[in-house]
Ligand binder design. Structure first.
Ligand SMILES: O=C(O)C1=C[C@@H](OP(=O)(O)O)[C@@H](O)[C@H](O)C1
Ligand SMILES: C=C(OP(=O)(O)O)C(=O)O
Length: 447
């Protein structure tokens, strides 16, 4: 989103039950990858269910600037005609990735092993985020990076045409870093290997296979994974049906759990086991959530979520090793915890500090402003649940998940909860207000 856009303060007020049978928009991770991989493949890839949020639209523009043809039919079907691995053309202008960390980091991997120079920028949030985590391994392939402020965008990537394959052990659980390295490996002669000590979402591995790339995945003795592919790879166009986004489903899910008469069905949700940490956690907390209609589509597990608010949530300890499977869901889990009985401890949230905002600080500030008892111990967040006073104004810091989480908090609070800017919601869930409003949520522009 544009950082210069006027802020749009919005508040939410105590609502009755949340009820409906809904589809949230397409999965953001899968949407980004379908455009990138379609643009690298030979032939035309048809994508249905694409998330038409600002982050993904920035990726569509980026792939166009690199030579792919990306079009949209009136019915929302997208077509991507690729140029083939190795054949991207040098963009004639700066690529603006907006608010999208996934966009800029995966794109950096793709261009790093093409003999072109690419300039990336983004909004005020993206320009604070660390790129060294991708620049360091990509430099080992032979690419060069110019960044500002010790690794922040704007960032120039000077790609190499003599890429050397690497073996890289991830210093943190990150699907973005893993993917950037794998994507650089596509146009590198030889075998590129990524060792991840803790498994992170594997959409890249699954979708590369769908496009005909031989990706080898081994589960290591310590539970981590070793992922490798051999380049130069040839990718063949392959149609994609994007499942709906579990990270967006999280908001109606938690909203339903905080009112005892709520009853919501959320359709066609991506249930990749490396994305379902929040569902596991909410069920452990006593939430009445049932998965129905489970099936496989285009290499991903999909199903419907049926949730009611009949059970009061109970505080639990959320283990550190679950973090990668629910990394974007902690802000809204903190909201669920605010309504639970007792204490919820969320362990090892260090990675939250480098998202669209410092989410640990932003969540703590939002809870504080609304009278929710909480504390931070090291990288753990501990929330004590009960009645939520509300009445506070929450700073969103250009972070969609902070905005949506605190609007959900307001649905059960004694006094309305306001967020200073609802615009960032358009990055991942443009229909959030309408969809939640149709189910009974109460939002109002805040003056
Ligand atoms: O690969 C992806 O699509 C994503 C990976 C995660 O980031 P990290 O790799 O930084 O954990 C997640 O937070 C982001 O929303 C999407
Ligand atoms: C962290 C997120 O996205 P990204 O890193 O792509 O900006 C998110 O959507 O919560």
């Amino acid at each position: 989103m544009s950082s210069s856009q006027t802020k749009r303060p919005l508040s939410s007020a105590k609502a009755g039950p949340i009820s409906g049978d809904i589809r949230v928009p397409g999965d953001k991770s899968i949407s980004h990858r379908s455009l990138m991989f379609g643009g690298l493949a030979i032939g035309t890839t048809k994508v249905t269910g694409l998330l038409e949020g600002e982050d993904v639209l920035a990726t569509a523009d980026a792939m166009r600037k690199l030579g792919a043809t990306v079009t949209r039919d009136d019915d929302g079907t997208w077509h991507v005609t690729g140029v083939g691995v190795g054949a991207l053309r040098e963009p004639g202008s700066v690529i603006d990735m907006g608010n999208a960390g996934t966009g800029i980091r995966l794109m950096a991997g793709i261009v790093a092993t093409h003999p072109i120079t690419t300039f990336f920028t983004g909004d005020a949030s993206l320009c604070k985020r660390p790129m060294g985590r991708v620049a360091d391994p990509l430099a080992e392939f032979g690419a060069k990076f110019i960044t500002r402020d010790r690794g922040r965008p704007p960032m120039a990537v000077i790609g190499t045409d003599e890429a050397k394959p690497i073996t890289y052990t991830l210093p943190m659980a990150s699907a973005q870093v893993k993917s950037a390295v794998m994507l650089a490996g596509l146009n590198t002669t030889g075998t590129t290997t990524v060792i991840e000590p803790k498994p992170s979402r594997d959409h890249t591995e699954r979708m590369l296979r769908h496009f005909g790339v031989d990706v080898d995945v081994k589960v290591n003795d310590d539970g981590g994974r070793t992922v490798s592919l051999t380049g130069p790879a040839e990718m063949k166009a392959a149609d994609i049906v994007v499942p709906t986004d579990p990270s967006s489903a999280a908001f109606p899910l938690v909203a339903a759990l905080i009112h005892r008469d709520s009853n919501v069905t959320i359709r066609d949700v991506c249930l990749n086991p490396l994305r379902t940490g929040l569902i596991t956690t909410l069920i452990e907390m006593g939430g009445d959530i049932t998965i129905t209609n489970e099936r496989e589509e285009a290499g991903e597990t999909i199903g419907d979520l049926v949730v009611t608010g009949k059970n009061r949530l109970q505080g639990i300890v959320v283990p550190a090793d679950r973090a990668p499977s629910m990394i974007d869901e902690y802000p809204v889990l903190a909201v669920a915890a605010a309504y639970a009985e007792g204490e919820t401890r969320m362990c090892d949230l260090e990675e939250l500090r480098v998202k669209e905002s410092d989410r640990l600080a932003a969540v703590a500030a939002g809870l504080e402003a609304n009278g929710v008892i909480h504390r931070i111990e090291g990288d753990d967040l501990i929330v004590t649940g009960g009645a939520v006073p509300g009445g506070g104004m929450v700073e969103t810091h250009l972070d969609h998940r902070i905005a949506m989480s605190f609007l959900v908090l307001g649905l059960g609070a004694e006094k309305p909860v306001a967020v200073d800017d609802a615009n960032p919601i358009a990055t991942s869930f443009p229909s959030f207000e309408k969809l939640m409003g149709d189910m009974g949520a109460k939002f109002a522009l805040h003056s």
